[in-house]
Design a protein. Sequence first.
Length: 295
Amino acid sequence: MSTEIQEMPEQGEIVLATVTKVMDHGAYVTLDEYDNLQGFLHISEIAPGWIRSVNRFVKDGEKKVLLVKKVNPQRGDIDLSLKQVSKDQKKQKLKEVKKFEKGKTLLQNVQEKAKLSDEEIEKLEDSIYSKYDSVYDAFIEIGRNGIESVKELKIPKKTASVIEEICSKIKLPSVEIRGIMEITNSKSDGIEIIKKILLDELKKDSTIDITYLGAPKYRLSITSEDFKSAEKSLKPIIVDIQSNIEKKKGTFKFTREESLERIKMRFQLRKCSKCFQYTLKEKCPKCNEQTISAR
Protein backbone atom coordinates (compact mmCIF):
# COMPACT_ATOMS: atom_id res chain seq x y z
CA MET A 1 0.00 0.00 0.00
CA SER A 2 1.46 3.32 -1.04
CA THR A 3 1.33 6.44 1.06
CA GLU A 4 -0.48 8.12 -1.85
CA ILE A 5 -3.99 9.09 -0.85
CA GLN A 6 -7.02 8.78 -3.13
CA GLU A 7 -8.36 11.97 -4.65
CA MET A 8 -11.78 11.98 -2.94
CA PRO A 9 -13.15 10.28 0.17
CA GLU A 10 -16.03 7.84 -0.07
CA GLN A 11 -19.55 8.48 1.19
CA GLY A 12 -19.91 7.08 4.72
CA GLU A 13 -16.18 7.31 5.43
CA ILE A 14 -14.91 8.69 8.74
CA VAL A 15 -12.25 11.37 8.20
CA LEU A 16 -10.03 13.70 10.21
CA ALA A 17 -10.41 17.38 9.32
CA THR A 18 -9.09 20.79 10.32
CA VAL A 19 -11.55 23.67 10.69
CA THR A 20 -10.41 26.58 8.48
CA LYS A 21 -13.34 29.02 8.45
CA VAL A 22 -16.34 29.28 10.77
CA MET A 23 -19.48 31.09 9.57
CA ASP A 24 -23.04 31.57 10.77
CA HIS A 25 -24.38 28.71 8.62
CA GLY A 26 -21.55 26.22 9.12
CA ALA A 27 -17.81 25.76 8.71
CA TYR A 28 -15.27 25.00 6.00
CA VAL A 29 -12.68 22.34 6.76
CA THR A 30 -9.73 20.69 5.06
CA LEU A 31 -9.36 16.90 5.08
CA ASP A 32 -6.01 15.97 6.63
CA GLU A 33 -5.77 12.59 4.89
CA TYR A 34 -6.75 13.91 1.46
CA ASP A 35 -4.07 16.49 0.79
CA ASN A 36 -6.12 19.22 2.50
CA LEU A 37 -9.10 18.81 0.19
CA GLN A 38 -11.88 21.23 1.22
CA GLY A 39 -15.20 20.12 2.66
CA PHE A 40 -18.22 21.82 4.22
CA LEU A 41 -19.89 21.18 7.56
CA HIS A 42 -23.42 22.63 7.53
CA ILE A 43 -24.88 23.98 10.77
CA SER A 44 -27.60 21.29 10.69
CA GLU A 45 -24.88 18.60 10.83
CA ILE A 46 -22.87 20.07 13.71
CA ALA A 47 -25.01 19.03 16.68
CA PRO A 48 -28.55 17.83 17.44
CA GLY A 49 -31.21 20.46 18.03
CA TRP A 50 -31.12 24.19 17.44
CA ILE A 51 -27.70 25.85 17.43
CA ARG A 52 -27.41 29.47 18.47
CA SER A 53 -23.68 29.78 17.83
CA VAL A 54 -21.55 27.60 15.53
CA ASN A 55 -18.45 28.78 17.43
CA ARG A 56 -19.67 26.95 20.51
CA PHE A 57 -19.08 23.63 18.74
CA VAL A 58 -16.32 24.29 16.18
CA LYS A 59 -13.45 26.78 16.18
CA ASP A 60 -10.81 27.78 13.63
CA GLY A 61 -7.81 25.47 13.73
CA GLU A 62 -9.59 22.66 15.60
CA LYS A 63 -9.25 19.04 14.53
CA LYS A 64 -12.57 17.22 14.11
CA VAL A 65 -13.52 13.65 13.28
CA LEU A 66 -16.31 13.84 10.68
CA LEU A 67 -18.57 11.60 8.60
CA VAL A 68 -18.60 12.06 4.81
CA LYS A 69 -22.30 12.49 4.00
CA LYS A 70 -22.17 13.30 0.30
CA VAL A 71 -19.48 13.57 -2.38
CA ASN A 72 -19.82 15.26 -5.78
CA PRO A 73 -16.56 14.54 -7.68
CA GLN A 74 -17.59 16.67 -10.66
CA ARG A 75 -18.09 19.81 -8.57
CA GLY A 76 -15.53 18.86 -5.92
CA ASP A 77 -18.14 19.21 -3.15
CA ILE A 78 -17.81 17.22 0.07
CA ASP A 79 -20.61 17.49 2.64
CA LEU A 80 -19.71 16.42 6.16
CA SER A 81 -21.37 15.69 9.49
CA LEU A 82 -20.12 16.01 13.06
CA LYS A 83 -23.30 15.02 14.89
CA GLN A 84 -23.50 11.60 13.19
CA VAL A 85 -20.07 10.52 14.43
CA SER A 86 -20.35 8.29 17.51
CA LYS A 87 -17.89 8.34 20.39
CA ASP A 88 -16.57 4.91 19.36
CA GLN A 89 -16.06 6.04 15.75
CA LYS A 90 -14.19 9.12 16.93
CA LYS A 91 -12.00 7.08 19.27
CA GLN A 92 -11.22 4.51 16.55
CA LYS A 93 -10.38 7.18 13.96
CA LEU A 94 -8.01 9.04 16.28
CA LYS A 95 -6.37 5.72 17.15
CA GLU A 96 -5.86 4.93 13.43
CA VAL A 97 -4.41 8.37 12.73
CA LYS A 98 -2.04 8.08 15.69
CA LYS A 99 -0.89 4.66 14.45
CA PHE A 100 -0.36 6.01 10.93
CA GLU A 101 1.75 8.92 12.19
CA LYS A 102 3.84 6.62 14.38
CA GLY A 103 4.34 4.26 11.44
CA LYS A 104 5.42 7.11 9.20
CA THR A 105 8.04 8.19 11.75
CA LEU A 106 9.31 4.62 12.12
CA LEU A 107 9.72 4.24 8.35
CA GLN A 108 11.61 7.54 8.20
CA ASN A 109 13.99 6.22 10.86
CA VAL A 110 14.49 3.00 8.89
CA GLN A 111 15.15 4.93 5.68
CA GLU A 112 17.75 7.15 7.35
CA LYS A 113 19.58 4.39 9.24
CA ALA A 114 19.52 1.81 6.42
CA LYS A 115 20.17 4.49 3.77
CA LEU A 116 17.25 3.35 1.62
CA SER A 117 16.01 5.14 -1.49
CA ASP A 118 12.40 6.38 -1.73
CA GLU A 119 11.66 3.45 -4.05
CA GLU A 120 13.08 0.93 -1.56
CA ILE A 121 11.15 2.36 1.40
CA GLU A 122 7.93 2.35 -0.65
CA LYS A 123 8.54 -1.29 -1.56
CA LEU A 124 9.04 -2.10 2.14
CA GLU A 125 5.84 -0.26 3.04
CA ASP A 126 3.86 -2.13 0.36
CA SER A 127 5.21 -5.41 1.71
CA ILE A 128 4.17 -4.53 5.27
CA TYR A 129 0.64 -3.49 4.21
CA SER A 130 0.21 -6.79 2.36
CA LYS A 131 0.19 -8.55 5.75
CA TYR A 132 -0.61 -5.88 8.37
CA ASP A 133 -3.19 -3.13 8.84
CA SER A 134 -0.47 -0.61 9.68
CA VAL A 135 3.31 -0.19 9.78
CA TYR A 136 3.03 0.39 13.54
CA ASP A 137 1.29 -2.99 14.05
CA ALA A 138 4.08 -4.75 12.15
CA PHE A 139 6.78 -3.05 14.23
CA ILE A 140 4.98 -3.94 17.48
CA GLU A 141 4.88 -7.58 16.31
CA ILE A 142 8.65 -7.45 15.72
CA GLY A 143 9.19 -5.75 19.10
CA ARG A 144 7.33 -8.58 20.85
CA ASN A 145 8.42 -11.62 18.86
CA GLY A 146 11.56 -10.66 16.95
CA ILE A 147 12.29 -10.13 13.25
CA GLU A 148 11.63 -13.84 12.57
CA SER A 149 7.93 -13.22 13.18
CA VAL A 150 7.74 -11.28 9.88
CA LYS A 151 10.03 -13.47 7.77
CA GLU A 152 7.25 -13.86 5.16
CA LEU A 153 7.84 -10.18 4.27
CA LYS A 154 11.30 -11.16 2.95
CA ILE A 155 12.99 -8.01 4.24
CA PRO A 156 16.65 -7.66 3.12
CA LYS A 157 19.12 -8.62 5.87
CA LYS A 158 20.63 -5.14 6.31
CA THR A 159 17.21 -3.48 6.53
CA ALA A 160 15.94 -6.22 8.87
CA SER A 161 18.82 -5.54 11.29
CA VAL A 162 17.98 -1.83 11.36
CA ILE A 163 14.27 -2.54 11.90
CA GLU A 164 15.03 -4.96 14.75
CA GLU A 165 17.23 -2.35 16.43
CA ILE A 166 14.51 0.31 16.14
CA CYS A 167 11.82 -2.11 17.40
CA SER A 168 13.90 -2.99 20.46
CA LYS A 169 13.50 0.62 21.62
CA ILE A 170 9.74 0.85 21.10
CA LYS A 171 7.64 0.98 24.26
CA LEU A 172 5.19 -1.86 23.72
CA PRO A 173 1.51 -1.08 24.46
CA SER A 174 0.07 -2.91 27.45
CA VAL A 175 -2.94 -3.07 29.76
CA GLU A 176 -3.24 -3.81 33.47
CA ILE A 177 -5.94 -5.54 35.51
CA ARG A 178 -5.86 -5.58 39.30
CA GLY A 179 -7.51 -7.07 42.33
CA ILE A 180 -7.17 -7.29 46.10
CA MET A 181 -6.19 -10.57 47.77
CA GLU A 182 -7.09 -10.98 51.45
CA ILE A 183 -4.82 -13.68 52.87
CA THR A 184 -4.53 -14.93 56.44
CA ASN A 185 -2.70 -17.75 58.20
CA SER A 186 -2.96 -18.14 61.98
CA LYS A 187 0.13 -20.33 62.35
CA SER A 188 3.12 -18.93 64.25
CA ASP A 189 5.06 -18.69 60.98
CA GLY A 190 1.99 -17.64 58.97
CA ILE A 191 3.58 -14.46 57.62
CA GLU A 192 6.58 -16.40 56.28
CA ILE A 193 4.28 -19.00 54.69
CA ILE A 194 2.30 -16.29 52.87
CA LYS A 195 5.48 -14.50 51.82
CA LYS A 196 7.02 -17.67 50.35
CA ILE A 197 3.87 -18.58 48.39
CA LEU A 198 3.62 -15.11 46.87
CA LEU A 199 7.34 -14.91 46.05
CA ASP A 200 7.17 -18.32 44.36
CA GLU A 201 4.26 -17.07 42.23
CA LEU A 202 6.21 -13.95 41.24
CA LYS A 203 9.14 -16.11 40.09
CA LYS A 204 6.84 -18.15 37.83
CA ASP A 205 5.37 -15.22 35.92
CA SER A 206 7.10 -11.94 35.03
CA THR A 207 3.79 -10.31 34.00
CA ILE A 208 2.45 -10.16 37.55
CA ASP A 209 3.20 -7.85 40.45
CA ILE A 210 2.14 -8.21 44.09
CA THR A 211 2.08 -5.24 46.45
CA TYR A 212 1.62 -5.46 50.23
CA LEU A 213 -1.13 -3.08 51.35
CA GLY A 214 -1.15 -3.94 55.04
CA ALA A 215 -2.38 -7.19 56.62
CA PRO A 216 -4.31 -9.06 55.35
CA LYS A 217 -4.45 -7.26 51.96
CA TYR A 218 -2.21 -7.61 48.90
CA ARG A 219 -2.76 -6.11 45.46
CA LEU A 220 -2.30 -8.45 42.49
CA SER A 221 -1.59 -6.73 39.15
CA ILE A 222 -1.30 -8.44 35.77
CA THR A 223 0.18 -6.68 32.75
CA SER A 224 -0.46 -7.97 29.23
CA GLU A 225 -0.73 -6.82 25.62
CA ASP A 226 -4.55 -6.75 25.77
CA PHE A 227 -7.42 -7.32 28.21
CA LYS A 228 -8.32 -10.72 26.75
CA SER A 229 -4.82 -12.06 27.42
CA ALA A 230 -4.74 -10.49 30.89
CA GLU A 231 -8.09 -12.05 31.85
CA LYS A 232 -6.94 -15.43 30.55
CA SER A 233 -3.83 -15.25 32.76
CA LEU A 234 -5.69 -14.11 35.88
CA LYS A 235 -7.75 -17.20 36.75
CA PRO A 236 -4.93 -19.81 36.93
CA ILE A 237 -2.80 -17.43 39.01
CA ILE A 238 -5.60 -16.91 41.55
CA VAL A 239 -6.37 -20.65 41.62
CA ASP A 240 -2.70 -21.46 42.20
CA ILE A 241 -2.26 -18.93 45.03
CA GLN A 242 -5.54 -19.93 46.70
CA SER A 243 -4.69 -23.64 46.49
CA ASN A 244 -1.25 -23.14 48.06
CA ILE A 245 -2.60 -20.87 50.81
CA GLU A 246 -5.39 -23.30 51.73
CA LYS A 247 -2.98 -26.27 51.74
CA LYS A 248 -1.17 -24.45 54.53
CA LYS A 249 -4.46 -23.98 56.44
CA GLY A 250 -4.79 -20.32 55.48
CA THR A 251 -7.73 -18.33 54.11
CA PHE A 252 -7.94 -16.59 50.74
CA LYS A 253 -10.35 -14.10 49.19
CA PHE A 254 -9.96 -12.20 45.90
CA THR A 255 -11.88 -9.07 44.85
CA ARG A 256 -11.45 -7.43 41.45
CA GLU A 257 -10.73 -3.70 41.46
CA GLU A 258 -12.77 -1.50 39.15
CA SER A 259 -10.73 -0.55 36.09
CA LEU A 260 -9.81 3.06 35.36
CA GLU A 261 -11.93 2.91 32.17
CA ARG A 262 -15.04 1.97 34.15
CA ILE A 263 -14.39 4.73 36.66
CA LYS A 264 -14.11 7.25 33.83
CA MET A 265 -17.32 5.94 32.27
CA ARG A 266 -19.29 6.61 35.45
CA PHE A 267 -18.45 10.29 35.15
CA GLN A 268 -19.02 10.66 31.39
CA LEU A 269 -22.53 12.02 31.72
CA ARG A 270 -24.36 13.17 28.59
CA LYS A 271 -27.46 15.30 28.18
CA CYS A 272 -30.28 15.18 25.64
CA SER A 273 -30.54 18.48 23.76
CA LYS A 274 -34.31 18.02 23.40
CA CYS A 275 -35.67 16.78 26.75
CA PHE A 276 -32.53 17.58 28.82
CA GLN A 277 -32.51 14.12 30.43
CA TYR A 278 -29.10 12.94 31.70
CA THR A 279 -27.73 9.63 30.43
CA LEU A 280 -24.50 7.75 29.64
CA LYS A 281 -25.75 6.82 26.18
CA GLU A 282 -25.07 8.42 22.78
CA LYS A 283 -28.82 8.55 22.13
CA CYS A 284 -31.49 9.61 24.61
CA PRO A 285 -33.44 6.54 25.86
CA LYS A 286 -36.56 8.71 26.22
CA CYS A 287 -36.81 10.53 22.87
CA ASN A 288 -34.03 8.86 20.82
CA GLU A 289 -32.29 12.19 20.11
CA GLN A 290 -28.49 12.45 19.92
CA THR A 291 -26.97 13.48 23.27
CA ILE A 292 -24.11 15.88 24.01
CA SER A 293 -21.53 15.99 26.80
CA ALA A 294 -23.01 17.31 30.05
CA ARG A 295 -19.69 18.84 31.12
